[in-house]
Design a binder for this molecule. Structure first.
Ligand SMILES: *Cc1c(COP(=O)(O)O)cnc(C)c1O
Ligand code: SF4
Length: 350
C-alpha cells in the first residue's frame, strides 16, 4: 500500500487539499494500481484519488446506503435480497478504495469479522434451505488472511443446500500479486466457485493481471467481470469494447455493466441512465456476443438489479414486427395472428 503523503510526493502535489476528504473517506491504493496511473486525472487516477466533490451533500438523489443493504440484512453483514441468494460482506478491506464505492459508508465504520458474527451468518444460511448461492463480498474477500477465507469457504461448503459459491473481488486487477498458484488451487477446491472480478478500464490489464487470471482459470474457477459505468472514465464504446474483448481473451466473461449507484457524493461519476443502454447498443454485433455484459441499474431500497436495454423493435404490426439491426437496417419478421398482442405486452408497449 502507498500512503497519501507518498502518493502526493510522487506527483509533486500538496497533500492538504486531499486531507479533508481522506478523513471522511480514507485513501487506499495498492502499489500495483498506483504504478498504472499515467498522468493526473487519467481514467485510473479518477477512480482512486480523493476529490472534494465527494463531500458534497447537496445531491438530492444521493443516499448513504444506496441499495438499502442495512435494512435487508437479517444478521449483520449478510444481505438477503433475493430468495435463493445471499451476499455476505466478509471484510471491509480492499486493495484500492474506489471513490465511487457503494459501500464507502463502511470504510470508517467497518464491522469486524468476529467469530460471533461469522457464526450468526452461517446459522442463518443453514436454517434457510432456500439459499442455494452464497456470494462472498466486501470489501474484498481476497484481502482476507488466506486461512480465514479458506475457513469461511469450507464452512459454507459444509451446508448441503448451498450449491454455488461466488466471490466478488478487485484483487486480480488491483493487486494481482496476491493471486498465487497455491491460492488459485486451494480456492478451486471449494468449487463450484465463480469469481466475479471488478475491472473498469483496459489500462488495468497488465502482464501481472493476465497471469492472475490465467492461474485462476487454469485452476478451474469460472471467471466473470463487473464494470461500473463511470463518467469521463470508461463511458465510450471504444473503451468498453476494448475492455470487454480483452477480458474475454483472459477467459473472463463480461457479466455486468453497472449503472452508478446513487451513493451520496458520487454524482460526478454518474452517467445519464440512457448512456449505458446506448453504449451496449453500439457494441451489439460489433464485438463478440460473448463479450457483451448485461447493463443493469441496481434499484434503491434493495429492490434489485434491473436490465436496461435499447429496444430493437420499431413497430409491432398485426402480422409482422419491424426490427432494427445493429447497422440501422429495418427488417420485417413474420408473426402469427395472436402473437402481436403478446409481444406488445412483454415489450411494455401496451
Ligand atoms: C447483485 C446481488 C446479488 C447477485 O445477483 P445476480 O444477478 O444473481 O448476480 C445477490 N444479492 C445482492 C444483495 C446483490 O446486490
Ligand atoms: S473494490 Fe469494491 S468494495 Fe472495494 S472500494 Fe472498490 S467498489 Fe468498494
Amino acid at each position: 500500500m502507498i500512503s497519501l503523503e507518498e502518493f502526493a510526493a510522487h506527483w509533486k502535489m500538496p497533500v492538504t487539499p486531499w486531507m479533508a476528504v481522506h478523513r471522511v473517506y480514507p485513501f487506499v491504493l495498492s502499489r500495483h494500481f498506483a504504478d498504472l496511473i499515467r498522468a493526473p486525472e487519467d481514467p485510473l487516477w479518477r477512480q482512486v484519488v480523493p476529490d472534494s466533490r465527494e463531500l458534497d451533500e447537496s445531491d438530492p438523489a444521493g443516499l448513504k446506503d444506496p441499495l438499502g443493504e442495512e435494512s435487508r440484512s437479517p444478521v449483520p453483514n449478510l444481505v438477503h435480497r433475493y430468495p435463493d441468494r445471499v451476499l455476505w460482506i466478509v471484510t471491509d478491506a480492499c486493495a484500492v478504495h474506489c471513490r465511487f464505492c457503494t459501500r464507502k459508508r463502511r470504510w470508517t465504520h467497518p464491522l469486524p469479522l468476529s467469530d460471533e458474527l461469522i457464526g450468526e451468518a452461517l446459522r442463518y444460511i443453514r436454517k434457510n434451505p432456500a439459499i442455494h448461492d452464497v456470494i462472498l463480498s466486501g470489501g474484498d474477500p481476497l484481502m482476507l488472511p488466506w486461512e480465514r477465507l479458506e475457513e469461511l469457504a469450507a464452512k459454507v461448503r459444509e451446508i448441503p443446500h448451498v450449491r454455488l459459491l461466488r466471490l466478488g473481488t478487485r484483487v486480480p486487477f488491483a493487486d494481482p500479486g496476491r493471486v498465487t498458484p497455491a491460492v488459485a488451487r486451494r480456492l478451486a477446491a471449494y468449487g463450484p466457485l465463480y469469481m466475479n472480478i471488478h475491472v473498469n478500464h483496459p489500462w488495468e490489464i497488465t502482464q501481472e493481471s493476465r497471469e492472475a487470471c490465467r492461474l485462476l482459470a487454469d485452476a478451474g474457477i469460472p471467471l466473470g467481470s463487473q464494470t461500473v459505468l463511470l463518467k469521463d472514465i470508461n463511458d465510450s464504446a471504444e473503451v468498453l469494447g476494448t475492455l470487454f474483448t480483452e477480458l474475454l481473451s483472459l477467459r473472463v466473461r463480461p457479466y455486468y455493466l453497472l449503472h452508478m449507484d446513487l451513493m451520496q457524493g458520487t454524482a460526478h461519476f454518474r452517467t445519464p441512465l440512457a448512456a449505458g443502454a446506448e453504449l451496449m447498443a453500439a457494441l451489439r454485433n460489433r464485438i463478440s456476443g460473448l463479450a457483451i455484459p448485461h447493463f443493469v441499474v441496481d434499484l434503491p431500497n434493495g429492490l434489485g438489479k434491473v436490465p436496461i436495454t435499447a429496444s430493437a423493435v420499431v413497430r409491432v404490426d398485426p402480422d409482422h414486427v419491424v426490427l432494427r439491426n445493429f447497422a440501422g437496417h429495418a427488417a420485417a419478421y413474420p408473426l402469427k395472428p395472436e402473437e402481436g398482442s403478446r409481444l406488445r405486452r412483454v415489450l411494455g408497449l401496451d
